[in-house]
Write a protein that binds this ligand. Structure first.
Ligand code: TRP
Ligand code: ZN
Length: 868
């Protein structure tokens, strides 16, 4: 049936929604007035000014999405709707026989206190708040729940004044007052038309922390953070990050905040990181609240980037939104790119970029190689919430970064500004964005659209050919993308290759003239192969993919000696770090076969770095740290997880022994001053290694440090101790619990380090789940135990009992919070790459879970892996 539901709005996950089926909406909603009465039964009244779009079939009924709503009444133009004009469907209803314009009034009852899915209007501790992206709004009131329907909203909230003294919604508060029954109300008007996924409201008893900001145009903005009472002292860092982000967007792109107030609410129970609702961001409290006593430096940096991310959405996402959910990366990839650039500017470019690369390779590359691999712009989905992925976010950001590299900073700024101007107040597509960049730069970027459509991580092979009699070196580049589910054949993609050529002294030789050359150190590969001839009197060493200039896997023809040279000589920090990662991977691969001969070159390189460390200690820490386990895991086609873990352990222990001298010096320092995060990072890496050797002195040092007033140091000590099975670890866990049992965010970390411990058995995980402080309704607590167990404690997760426990956990979560269940599902669908008996055991556990899975979210994830 042709209506606004097709290919646009949820249908309960029973059918595929396809990008090719997109149709513009038949109807629009120009304005909506909501009245929300929060009470034992919360009643939502909605008055929508509806208009049929020009060209739409006048016979076409209006489809309104409505999920889990108790419809109390519906009136059209102030008259009750005849029963035969209302037809119920899956996830909503049709209204027939409408004039071109009309006013529809609906009244519904909802139950936020029973909403465990944390989607729509729900209880987070004692407060009520919303999460509407992607389709939560239709769990609050009937609506055309698709992002290309933009409406002006007015919201009137009424609730008990004692229990809910704070009542917030998007935009400006235009009226407030008290009623004589102990209740009060506020009225909010948002002047900007918006899709309903950006709607938000909050009712609670919250403390307000105020800050201010003045735009470069001189306009004062009130910054308001709403947090639990008692947490007022924990918002300084987030507040300052917000100011920095506001300034940065003005300076880089001339973008000024557009309302008088910017509100941030911290929620204890939240499915993801944060949400960019217009003027009223709602955050997971773990990404707002921090002090040096309670949060690590890593958390501080995460707060900086997520605060910036949500702020930057005000333009990229809110002022210009997405035409449909297939375009999700239009806002997410672009906004991640913006928050990454911001973090590089305020936190240090080289370390930030390596961290981005590390995360991409550890999380997105595996997704792109697994059963749920999908293009940055997918072609079809059943449950859109499963597509808020590292591919859409992080790989999407890498595509924007490549286009940025191709056209340069100033054309990019120009292009982004013109994109925002042209599409202001509307819903756009990825083509619109690429077109605006192309026009501004005078460069055709259409080739990059293929990156949005093709899943899988390209392999970029580099081979050197030395031709001494001709006095030249030939470099052969060759790209190849392996098949992914549903995409057997791949095409070549444009790949920007930032590179330098090093001579025997480590000096940089210029790149030769070549049509593919775009700048001093930039090549743009556009075909499957590229050959570069370089005149030289000696063989040169290419340092490729500087700063990870493309999201590809480099397959260089490097000898161990070449890698050692790159690790020390390369000018680019990412190339140095990557060379060490390769040396780690080589050594690990050999250890898997009980061969320790490749340890030597790795250890020699690490010793050299430790002996003459770079000035930047955060960078030194990254060079010395062990590789991410999930990245190492990706280096194998089939895996025996027990062997994998044993080899990883040997690898780290060998490093600890070889570097014991300098590590001891670093580990014993006590860098507590706020500005010394780099030193803390190195101190912590050092302590982590040394604890593997379990000397009494180091165990005692760590045991003392667990009670340190600096959480970065304390947490590393606790985490390191949990890698050991010692009395000190038991004592430390008990002491830490006593100290922090009333601080939910710190206690999350306490749960996480235990579940991640290689000494925590399946029964141990079970005990954590039965701990009085465990809470199945709180996603942070659930993730702390469940995700840590599956991602880090591989030797216990990979067992029949481990898989069975994991499947039981997912089944239980699925019944209360399908989004969380689906997001935690990934470790259970990696069986294609496991050796027997693990592969068969995990597959059986996944199959059994599929038979019991209730939600389309979890079903879709399992089906992707079990489809055969
Ligand atoms: N749009 C949000 C962001 O990236 C994330 C988001 C999407 C989200 N869906 C969500 C957050 C559901 C919480 C719950 O900034
Ligand atoms: Zn986002």
């Amino acid at each position: 049936m042709a209506d606004d539901r097709t290919a646009a709005t949820p249908d309960g996950g029973t059918e595929w929604i396809r990008r090719a089926d997109y149709q513009p909406p038949r109807y629009r909603i120009n304005r909506v007035e909501l009245a929300v009465d929060v009470d034992a039964r919360t009643v939502v009244t909605s008055r929508m000014q509806i208009e049929r779009n020009a060209g739409a079939d006048p016979e076409a009924p209006l489809w309104l999405d409505a999920r889990d709503l108790e419809l109390l009444s519906i009136r059209v133009d102030d008259a009750p709707l005849a029963a035969d004009r209302l037809v119920h469907g899956n996830g909503g209803f049709w209204v027939h026989g409408l004039p071109t314009q009309c006013l529809i009034e609906t009244q519904c009852a909802i139950h936020p206190e029973q909403n465990t899915a944390l989607e729509g209007f729900y209880a987070s501790g004692p407060m009520y708040c919303t999460q509407c992206e992607a389709h939560g709004f239709s769990r609050i009131t009937p609506f055309i729940d698709r992002p290309d329907v933009l409406a002006r909203f007015q919201v009137r909230l009424t609730a008990d004044a004692t229990r809910f003294p704070v009542l917030l919604a998007n935009g400006d508060c235009i009226e407030r007052g008290t009623l004589d029954d102990g209740r009060h109300f506020t009225v909010w008007e948002d002047p900007f038309p918006k899709p309903c996924y950006l709607f938000a409201m909050v009712a609670g008893d919250l403390a307000l922390v105020r800050g201010d900001y003045r735009t470069s145009e001189g306009r004062p903005i009130a910054l308001e953070f709403y947090v639990d009472h008692g947490s007022e002292g924990l918002v300084d860092h987030a507040m300052e990050a917000l100011r920095q982000a506001m300034r940065w967007d003005e300076e880089c792109f001339g973008l000024h905040y557009d309302l008088d107030t910017y509100m941030v609410v911290a929620a204890r129970a939240f499915n993801m990181g944060a949400m960019e609702n217009k003027g009223l961001n709602i955050f997971n409290s773990s990404l707002v609240l921090a002090s040096t006593r309670t949060a690590t430096d890593t958390t501080f940096d995460a707060i900086t980037s997520v605060i910036a991310h949500e702020y930057f959405h005000n333009y990229t996402g809110n002022r210009v939104t997405c035409r449909d959910w297939f375009q999700l990366s239009l806002k997410e990839g672009l906004t991640v790119f913006r928050d990454q650039r911001f973090s590089e500017d305020v936190l240090g470019a080289s370390v930030q970029r390596i961290e981005q690369a590390r995360a991409l390779r550890a999380v997105q590359f595996p997704e792109d190689a697994g059963p749920t691999a999908h293009p940055v712009r997918p072609d079809a989905y059943k449950e859109v919430n499963n597509f808020y992925t590292p591919t859409v976010y992080e790989k999407g950001a890498e595509i924007v970064r490549m286009m940025h590299a191709r056209i340069g900073e100033s054309a990019f700024r120009e292009g982004l500004r013109s994109y925002l101007q042209q599409h202001d107040g509307t819903a756009a597509t990825i083509e619109d964005f690429v077109q605006a960049l192309s026009t501004a730069a005078g460069v055709d970027l259409d080739g990059f659209l293929a990156w949005y459509g093709q899943a899988g991580t390209p392999r970029l092979a580099v081979r050197r050919e030395w031709l001494p009699e001709q006095g030249r070196m030939r470099l052969h580049f060759n790209q190849h993308t392996p098949a992914t589910p549903g995409q057997p054949d791949k095409q070549p993609l444009p790949i920007p290759i930032r590179m330098q050529l090093l001579d025997g002294e480590g000096e940089v030789r210029p790149l030769p003239a070549h049509p593919a050359r775009q700048g001093d150190d930039l090549l743009l590969m556009t075909e499957a192969t590229l050959t570069l001839d370089i005149d030289s009197d000696e063989p040169l060493l290419p340092a490729c993919l500087m700063g990870l200039s493309a999201p590809v896997i480099l397959q260089g023809d490097y000898s161990t000696l070449d890698l050692q040279r790159l690790a020390v000589q390369a000018g680019d920090p990412y190339v140095r770090w990557d060379a060490l990662q390769q040396l780690h991977a080589q050594a690990h691969r050999a250890l898997m076969a009980d061969d320790d001969s490749l340890l030597e070159p790795l250890l020699v390189s690490l010793q050299r770095i430790a002996a003459a460390p770079p000035e930047d200690e955060a960078f030194t820490a990254m060079l010395l740290a062990p590789p991410a386990m999930s990245w190492l895991w990706e280096q194998y086609d089939t895996l025996d997880p027990q062997r994998f873990m044993a080899a990883f352990q040997s690898l780290k222990t060998a490093v600890a022994r070889a570097l014991c001298g300098p590590l001891s010096v670093w580990a014993q320092r006590n860098p507590i001053a706020p500005g010394r995060a780099g030193q803390r990072a190195l101190t912590n890496v050092a302590l982590g290694y040394l604890l593997l050797l379990q000397s009494d002195a180091v165990l005692a040092l760590a045991r003392r440090r667990v009670c340190d007033d600096n959480m970065t140091l304390a947490m590393a000590a606790l985490q390191g101790l949990n890698q050991t099975a010692t009395g000190e670890c038991t004592l430390a866990n008990a002491a830490f619990y006593e100290r922090w049992r009333d601080d939910a965010l710190v206690l999350d970390r306490w749960f996480a380090v235990q579940a991640a411990s290689p000494h925590c058995t399946v029964e141990g995980v079970q005990q954590l789940l039965e701990h009085p402080d465990f809470d199945w309704q709180n996603p942070n607590r659930v993730r702390a135990v469940v995700a840590s167990f599956a991602r880090e404690n591989l030797s216990h997760f990979h067992s029949e009992a481990g898989y069975a426990l994991y499947a039981d956990i997912l089944q239980r979560l699925d019944r209360s919070n399908p989004q969380i269940a689906a997001r935690l599902c990934r470790p259970l669908i990696g069986f294609a790459r496991l050796a027997e008996p693990w592969s068969g055991q995990q597959r059986a556990a996944a199959r059994a879970l599929r038979a019991r899975a209730a939600s389309p979210n979890l079903q879709e994830m399992l089906d992707a892996a079990l489809h055969d």
